[in-house]
Design a protein around this ligand. Structure first.
Ligand SMILES: C[S@@+](CC[C@H](N)C(=O)[O-])C[C@H]1O[C@@H](n2cnc3c(N)ncnc32)[C@H](O)[C@@H]1O
Length: 327
């Protein structure tokens, strides 16, 4: 047990500190015993944290070389000249950020970028002179951010568990609202904002309860959750048509490159493995292979259907304001 350093959390007794940024050297984890004492856990506890990686988003960074982890904004509502190029997609991502940030009210200075990805938007805000804190619970994204933008203040934590005294003028949720626990998030947002602070949300929402994109929030429930916690919706823009060219792009790439590559790999493996081994592996891995087949042939292609997406979801920018408490 060691004496505690000055940590920025007003931690209650016996709480568990998971925000590694504030752990010594940023590379270990501490269990707080009281505000003054903690136990430093060995590094193998980090293994668990390293598992908290969103591989879909990692694909964006490592394979597509994307700087942003959102869907982009196509001002002409289609791919330029109908050409499926990665550079057009990346330009659309930059356009999305420009458009979104135009909603930030003039009075804003302190911003919490909730679900900051690899920090591209935070960095733009920082360059514009805002006081930005970047927050994400993803270990891999945090490591990329720290390498690319070491000057940014990054905190690795779930938004729902994020604790600090500082209050913000605006919380930015660029495609991160869909991940949050609505039982906690609106209350947490309220706590973290100054009186009359803002929450700028850009995300896709389900129009009703439906298994399609089932992890996304249902719009009416999201709005109700925010209103009940004391927020008022100032502005809302439907940008679905400007965003969905990305789905067509994903469908094109998936059918043209991803699926044939996987099929080719499967064929190669089949040839390499002798018949008895193949026979037993098929039995042992039957369930997993069935699931994989479902994901490859049904689940993913269905997600890349922009017509179905438009029918069942809506992509919105929303500017919320915290209502002042009366009397
Ligand atoms: C689709 S990415 C968007 C990244 C970035 N905002 C952008 O627009 O490029 C979603 C982000 O939310 C983060 N995230 C997911 N759940 C979270 C949570 N509970 N608390 C904080 N961040 C979360 C992910 O790690 C990721 O950084």
């Amino acid at each position: 047990m060691s004496n505690g350093v000055n940590h920025p959390f007003s931690a209650t007794k016996w709480s568990l500190l998971t925000e590694t940024t504030y752990a010594a050297g940023g590379d270990c984890k501490k269990v707080l015993i009281s505000n003054e004492c903690f136990i430093q856990l060995p590094n193998y506890y980090m293994i668990k944290q390293k598992e908290k990686i969103d591989y879909g988003l990692k694909f964006f960074v490592e394979v597509l070389g994307a700087e942003d982890l959102h869907w982009g904004f196509f001002s002409e509502k289609k791919f330029p000249n109908g050409e499926w190029s990665l550079s057009s997609f990346k330009e659309a991502q930059r356009e999305y950020t420009r458009h979104l940030l135009s909603y930030i009210p003039d009075s804003v200075h302190k911003i919490l970028d909730v679900g900051c990805g690899i920090g591209t938007t935070s960095n733009i805000l920082n360059k514009k002179g805002y006081d930005v804190t970047s927050l994400s619970c993803d270990w891999y994204q945090g490591e990329v951010l720290k390498k690319k933008h070491p000057h940014l203040r990054f905190v690795k934590s779930k938004f729902e568990k994020f604790r600090e005294e500082k209050q913000y003028d605006l919380l930015l949720l660029s495609e991160s609202a869909q991940y949050l626990d609505m039982k906690v998030a609106p209350r947490k947002a309220y706590e973290l904002l100054i009186p009359s602070g803002y929450m700028l949300v850009c995300d896709y929402f389900r129009k009703m309860h439906d298994p399609y994109y089932k992890t996304c929030k249902v719009l009416e429930e999201f709005k109700r959750g925010m209103e009940e916690r004391g927020f008022v919706l100032l502005e809302e823009e439907d940008i679905t048509d400007y965003v969905t060219p990305t789905i067509d792009f994903a469908q094109f790439y998936y059918n043209r490159y991803a699926l044939p590559s996987v099929e080719l790999l499967g064929e190669y493996v089949k040839i390499q493995i002798s018949t008895p081994i193949r026979f037993f592996s098929n039995i042992l891995l039957r369930k997993k292979l069935k699931k994989l087949n479902y994901y490859l042939k049904e689940h993913t292609p269905e997600k890349f259907d922009s017509g179905l997406f438009r029918k069942k979801l809506v992509y919105l920018i929303q500017l919320w304001k915290k209502k002042e408490k009366r009397g």
